[in-house]
Ligand binder design. Structure first.
Ligand SMILES: [Zn+2]
Length: 432
């Protein structure tokens, strides 16, 4: 063997050794959970039709408080998870389909890796991309929102760094069961303080590896409707104001994305009082309730001491077809009549050993979310409603007889809620 061959052999050996060391290092680096949270303002700068109440026939008349979209990105060993909290009412199916597709394409995500969710404020723009039925201003708004979502998620991806996470639980009286019984036994939308309500304020603290907090993610079950149907101002209402309160108290570095828990039958304790005159520009109900909820988030956040590095990310997405209710009068003659099922999109994700997120494209009543939390194999299960589309109210079987607004409105046949609970728990267990 001549000298040249020996040298070449040595060089090849060295290069292979260096490559193996390098790939080993990047392997280790990838095992570390990385994360980032970004925020972008999405307050409309033109009057828009407001979401949530059919009685409002004219566009919005001003701004009470600003709206934001907040994006959480986690990444580990190629696994990704993007949680988007948006200060809007809902992603209707049509807008969702377009926006979801654009996000998945832009960031090479699987459907299971995206939770595109709304806090369900009823003082925000209706999303629409339909030029025949949508208000022109709302179409402009929705197109702009789509671009802003790509920007805010991209910004989070560009700022990924090793992070630690930890969870804590508090409780808040801000939401109350709203299924009030009249003397004649019928159910009306009011306040039922003795009815079931998930009072948990679930908080995930996200901090950099050297301990600097960057996120206070929280989950609470209430409608964001304290401003009521007569309000014509833009607002995040109770949940949006809680997010803003938390960010103000915890400082500029901390972003606080909120998610609406199982709140189909939960309303804020107070709704705006008609003719109750206060300082101009300051409406007490959403500010007081948002502050109260935000205070609990801050208290829980400050008490979270155990934060953990690392942790695997696992995700899954399934559409469960539930039986559609047959109706004699409403919706007759629509194409929906031919459908025999209603789709329930369920998105599940696990971070590390003790936290899971489970998203639903429905407004589930609080009892259903509590059942999922109780059966979940994780210490902390974030129920995220108004997530990845919109299929309306989901009601537990025992309430169909009682009636009331949610029962009249639901498109699901009795027994669907129980199917959803079983499916959601199966998905959570499968990620273990
Ligand atoms: Zn609702």
């Amino acid at each position: 063997m001549d000298l040249k061959r020996i040298c070449r052999g040595i060089i090849i050996f060295c290069v292979c050794f260096m490559l193996s060391v390098h790939s080993g290092k990047s392997q280790v680096k990838k095992e570390i959970l990385q994360g980032a949270i970004s925020k972008i303002e999405i307050t409309p700068d033109i009057p828009v039709m407001l979401y949530g109440y059919g009685s409002r026939k004219t566009p919005s008349e001003g701004i009470h408080d600003p709206l934001y979209a907040r994006a959480v990105v986690f990444e580990n060993s190629g696994g990704k998870l993007v949680l988007v909290s948006t200060d809007i009412g809902s992603y209707g199916n049509e807008a969702y389909a377009t926006i979801q597709k654009s996000i998945l394409n832009q960031f090479s995500l699987k459907a299971s890796e995206l939770f595109l969710s709304a806090i369900h404020t009823h003082s925000s723009p209706i999303l629409s991309l339909n030029r025949e039925s949508g208000h022109p201003n709302n179409i402009i708004y929705t197109e702009t929102l789509n671009q802003k979502l790509l920007t805010v998620i991209g910004d989070a991806f560009n700022h990924l760094e090793p992070i630690h996470t930890g969870c804590g639980i508090g409780y808040s009286p801000v939401g109350s069961n709203r299924r009030e019984m009249r003397p004649d036994g019928s159910i009306t939308l009011g306040r039922n303080p003795y009815g079931p309500a998930d009072k948990e304020v679930l908080v995930m603290k996200v901090a950099t590896a050297d301990g600097n907090p960057i996120g206070a993610i929280f989950d609470y079950a209430t409608h964001a409707t304290s401003l009521g149907p007569r309000n014509m101002l833009i607002s995040g209402d109770v949940i949006g104001l809680a997010e803003q309160f938390v960010e103000q108290i915890l400082g500029e570095e901390v972003v606080s994305p909120a998610f609406a828990g199982a709140s189909g039958d939960i309303d804020p304790w107070y709704r705006i009082l008609p003719e109750f005159n206060t300082e101009p520009g300051w409406i007490p109900e959403p500010v007081l309730l948002g502050t109260l909820l935000g205070e609990e988030v801050v208290t829980v956040f400050r008490n979270i001491e155990m934060i953990h590095p690392g942790g695997a990310i696992k995700t899954s997405f399934e559409t469960l077809e539930c039986p559609r209710r047959t109706r004699n009068n409403e919706n007759s003659g629509t194409s929906e009549d031919e459908e025999t099922t209603v789709p329930v999109n369920i998105t599940a994700a696990r971070i590390g050993d003790d936290a899971a997120f489970i998203g639903f494209n429905i407004e589930m009543l609080t009892e259903i979310g509590m059942a999922i939390k109780a059966g979940s194999p994780y210490k902390h299960t974030f129920i995220i409603t108004h997530c990845n589309g919109s299929s309306g109210y989901l009601v537990p079987a025992e309430l169909y007889k009682e009636g009331g607004y949610e029962v009249t409105s639901t498109r699901f046949e009795i027994g669907s809620a129980e199917m959803v609970v079983r499916k959601a728990l199966r998905m959570l267990y499968d990620l273990k």
